[in-house]
Design a protein around this ligand. Structure first.
Ligand code: GRF
Length: 203
């Protein structure tokens, strides 16, 4: 299966996916990395791995729809079966989400449905959470609300700061995302409406 990744920044989750896909037993290959920002650090990382890496600069388009149309055109030239959002920080409209319905997934740094949106580590600490975590989910029109594929939890330690928590959680993200992508690629889990449904285990 062919996998494309969308990023906006450093791309450490992207790197984790690229690393996992280098294993010959992984059921997919990373065929492209695209960014909405030309200065995203992850673009040069991807290029170093020999993966086509391109920016579709949002500033070059007059509105969100025009940008998304260009993004779809660039992405579809790589014929992706699955699109992974990995720190892609621009809201997507129903146009884009609908085009990749059932085959676009995202990683979010909280235990959804808790703390959708930004500043998840601060908010988890403020709420007095004793565990925190990350979620990989199918992308639907409602931000950070699609069907949950997989989650990982970490414990909140005494004296944790948002940064410390973010750093520890990132390590869990890097394990979780390749695992969740594998489940989608090999058909173990699929989106059915508002649920992520697991296939029956073979007898
Ligand atoms: C990660 O924490 C991810 O969960 C969130 O944005 C961050 C991206 O980091 N959506 P990176 O670009 O993958 O290093």
């Amino acid at each position: 299966k062919r996998v494309a990744i969308l990023i906006s920044g450093r791309g450490s989750n992207m790197s984790a996916l690229i690393g996992a896909a280098m294993d010959p037993s992984f059921p997919g290959e990373i065929v492209a990395v695209l960014s909405n920002k030309p200065d995203a650090g992850g673009l040069s990382t991807a290029a170093r791995y020999g993966i086509p890496a391109k920016a579709v600069d949002q500033r070059a388009f007059e509105d969100r729809t025009a940008h998304e149309r260009a993004l779809i055109e660039t992405l579809d030239a790589f014929r992706p079966d699955v699109v992974c959002l990995a720190g892609y920080m621009r809201l997507l409209t129903p146009l884009f989400v609908g085009h990749y319905a059932g085959r676009m997934i995202n990683i979010h740094p909280s235990l959804l449905p808790l703390f959708p949106g930004l500043h998840t580590h601060e908010r988890a600490l403020e709420a007095g959470m004793r565990i925190h975590g990350c979620t990989v989910h199918f992308v639907t029109e409602d931000m950070d609300e699609g069907p949950i594929i997989a989650q990982a939890a970490i414990t909140v330690e005494r004296g944790d700061t948002p940064d410390a928590l973010a750093t520890r959680l990132l390590r869990a993200e890097h394990r979780l995302y390749p695992h969740a992508l594998r489940l989608v690629l090999d058909g173990t889990v699929a989106q059915e409406g508002n649920r992520a449904v697991y296939a029956e285990a073979p007898a």
